[in-house]
Design a protein around this ligand. Structure first.
Ligand code: SF4
Length: 485
């Protein structure tokens, strides 16, 4: 499968989305709807596990939620009043059905299903130790490590075993877990990835983003806190905070790009933050242009903010077709190039002879930015300026986001002048790291920044990177000082 969207294949990809519901008839049907609302968090595969009071049932499939989970025979095969689901974009583990979640195992205390958003940064080390002690892994997913740690914990109580397992993993995990008598939602102590709780009549829902609650008609209750376990047993809800409290480090990229603009993440409207970043960009890097043009779709809120702040008209200079699937099999290079035009096209009549400022959320490899700038020039733009609603992405993410290795990140290879030449723009500017935090309602970036992870911009990784240090220490940013602008 090759992506036909030229603007998606050069993006960072969120690894996963989670949705779980307890105490609702036909729970799996609601999970399918919730996963559909979270499809942007992972398009590679999806899965749902339900429990009918006696047996667990799982259906996992490659591809989108629609087409796999909108058939009666599939949902009918997932009976029960408790269910959880997962959409996936793999970063660890190969693309194969055996890695599609929820993962399930029969443990001493009964069935155990787990759906995970994030990435365990010491999974390889733990896996090696477990294999040496006789563990047999079914998948190459880092999530399976948690199952084995639960299975081999020396504690007796199933909940204590789970907490014991989590104490041994490093990195990012938002989890929804199902056992025969409970659903457990939890976030790692730093709260990298979001997870919220909602209510639909008597049913309790957990979801990666508030948009999934909106879509199924549920009421937002609150976020699951970093380091918190919320345990639902029937209608009883308990909260445990078994970890040493730490200052949270929520992924700042959730506001920049990953989350849907109609979600609320950490009490902040994603849409409002993106608009504020665009306004900040207009203040920091003004440009004399005729039109502000968003790169669809993720550049739209920032472009509105830039246009409102600068007074330059906002126009749709790139038109997106809504009738082309995100992916399809493409037989060759020639057809692939046709596919590019099928999805997005320059609004030639608008652009001809105009100086345009393009707004995008990020630059990863730079290949997409180059294509877009060329598209504008082919359509007759007199000047093409690019403004980016995030600081330069210079470092890989090890917390559940698919980033290319550092050497392939354009901003790790060259300064802004070099990047401007690379993408053939007249000018290029990124929002500053202080500007990003101002848009988030902070006063700027403190030298030690509690509250957020911004390691892909700054290299300030909030946890040890055990596997990375063992496998490829030279790639750690600690060894790469910030390049000069
Ligand atoms: Fe998010 Fe970047 Fe931190 Fe990864 S490194 S969690 S993408 S801010």
């Amino acid at each position: 499968m090759l992506t036909t969207n030229p603007f998606d294949d050069d993006k960072l990809h969120e690894e996963c989305g989670l949705f779980g519901v307890s105490a609702l008839d036909s729970a799996a049907a609601l999970v399918a709807l919730g996963l559909h609302a979270l499809q942007h968090r992972g398009q590679e595969a999806a899965g749902i596990t339900s429990f009918d009071g006696k047996y667990f049932h799982t259906h996992r499939a490659m591809g989108h939620v629609a087409g796999n989970f909108d058939r009666d025979e599939v949902i009918g095969g997932l009976p029960g009043t408790i269910a959880c689901g997962h959409v996936r974009y793999s970063t660890t583990g190969e693309t194969a059905l055996r890695n599609v979640q929820p993962l399930y195992a029969e443990l001493a205390a009964g069935g155990f299903a787990i759906a995970h958003n994030g990435n365990i940064s010491n999974a390889m080390r733990l896996r090696r130790d477990l294999v040496e002690r006789g563990a047999i892994f079914q998948s190459t997913s880092d999530t399976e490590v948690i199952i084995h740690l639960v299975a081999t914990s020396s504690y007796r109580d199933p909940l204590d075993r789970f907490i014991d397992a989590l104490r041994r993993v490093e990195g990012a995990y938002s989890l929804v877990v199902m056992t025969p008598d409970s659903m457990i939602a939890c976030r790692d102590p730093l709260g990298f990835r979001p997870l919220v709780m909602g209510k639909l009549d008597d049913a309790i829902i957990f979801a990666s983003e508030t948009v999934a609650l909106d879509v199924v008609g549920a009421e937002f209750v609150r976020a699951v806190d970093p380091g918190e376990l919320v345990i639902v047993q029937g209608t009883e809800i308990r909260s445990l905070r078994p970890f040493t409290p730490q200052a949270p480090r929520a992924c700042v990229f959730e506001w920049v790009y990953f989350s849907r603009p109609d979600s609320i993440v950490g009490d902040k409207s994603v849409y409002s933050v993106r608009k504020a970043i665009g306004a900040q960009l207009a203040i920091e890097s003004p440009v004399d242009a005729d039109l502000v043009i968003p790169v669809p779709d993720s550049g739209v809120p920032a472009a509105i903010g830039f246009a409102q702040q600068s007074g330059i008209p906002f126009e749709l200079g790139i038109i997106r077709s809504h009738y082309v699937g995100r992916t399809f099999i493409q037989p060759g290079d020639k057809v692939r190039r046709l596919g590019v035009k099928l999805k997005h096209n320059a609004n030639r009549a608008l652009i001809k002879g105009k100086s345009v400022v393009l707004i995008d959320d990020s630059i990863v490899r730079g290949t997409t930015s180059l294509k877009i700038v060329e598209m504008m020039r082919e359509a007759g733009a007199s000047q093409v300026h690019m403004r980016i609603a995030s600081p330069p992405t210079r470092n890989s993410c090890f917390y559940g986001v698919d980033t290319p290795e550092r050497a392939k990140l354009l901003a790790a290879q060259m300064d802004v002048r070099g990047m401007t030449d690379f993408i053939h723009a007249d000018t290029l500017a990124f929002v500053s790291i202080d500007g990003l935090y101002k848009a988030l309602g902070e006063s700027g970036r403190a030298p030690v920044m509690p509250g957020y992870c911004d390691a892909c911009f700054t290299g300030d990784y909030p946890t040890p990177l055990t596997d990375q240090a063992e496998a490829n220490p030279a790639d750690l940013l600690a060894l790469h000082p910030e390049p000069a602008e």
